[in-house]
Write a protein that binds this ligand. Structure first.
Ligand code: SF4
Length: 237
């Protein structure tokens, strides 16, 4: 993981940077399509090692056949696997989805619980998935940290380190709870669209605040399509 060069930015600066990025990405939200917490939980589990677009292609048929936890708990892997095959790792995902649904039925009356501890106790559900569901579908502040959030925050100097839990803790400490989920959505979109592994710094609204861009300028490297006439070093993921 690419690390920020200096100390973390002040709380005020970190909040200002997130505000500026939220203006650059005004409709930031999860790109997964869902109608309720159960659907978002299943869709987020399917998104591991896949894309949101790819997941959105399989979930309409999946949720038509298995609309809730009770239906999915009674599914067989033979019936489920073909429906989710294109998302990759379909055998493990089918087993995890059925086990998750069975625990929802056994322990939560078929409902998705609104707590980190209860969610991460479900088979196949990690902290990132739990934060996605809490923040988007259950009204509980959560700050999911994925590879985009790790890359972007380390470059800018919003956080330091490659441990998602540690970065989540640093970001949550600096931001007000009410902005946690939006901050994650904004950082993920920024990482997908602008601050890619090879960043498009000329298109970035916080360029003058960015540790990474200052280092690039100091060393005379170029980073963007528009300025890129030489082969440049691709930052590590
Ligand atoms: S200036 Fe470049 S490296 Fe910094 S956040 Fe923007 S795109 Fe990423």
């Amino acid at each position: 993981m690419e690390q920020g060069a200096g100390a973390l930015r002040s709380v005020a600066t970190r909040r200002r940077i997130i505000r500026t990025l939220s203006h650059q990405h005004p409709n930031a939200d999860t790109e997964l399509r869902y109608r309720n917490a159960f659907e978002l939980l299943a869709a987020t589990m399917l998104s591991a090692q896949s894309t949101d677009v790819g997941v959105n292609q399989v979930t309409p048929m999946l949720f038509e056949q298995y609309p809730d936890a009770r239906a999915l708990a009674a599914a067989t892997t033979e019936r489920l696997e073909p429906l989710i095959l294109s998302t990759g790792f379909y055998r493990q995902k089918a087993k995890a989805l059925i086990a998750m649904a069975q625990m929802l039925v056994a322990d939560h009356d078929g409902q998705v619980p609104a707590s980190m501890d209860a969610l991460t106790a479900l088979p196949g559900v990690g902290r990132k998935t739990a934060n996605v569901v809490l923040g988007h579908a259950l009204g509980v502040p959560g700050l999911p940290v994925d590879r985009h959030v790790l890359r972007v925050t380390n470059r800018i100097g919003l956080a330091s380190g490659d441990d998602p839990v540690e970065v989540e803790t640093q970001l949550c400490a600096a931001l007000s709870k009410s902005t946690w989920t939006l901050a994650s959505d904004v950082l993920i979109l920024h990482g997908r669209r602008v601050c890619r592994p090879k960043p498009l710094c000329d298109e970035c609204s916080i360029r003058t605040d960015c540790d990474h861009d200052r280092r690039v300028i100091a060393t005379g490297q170029t980073t963007t399509k528009t300025r890129d006439t030489r082969r440049v070093r691709t930052p590590r993921r």
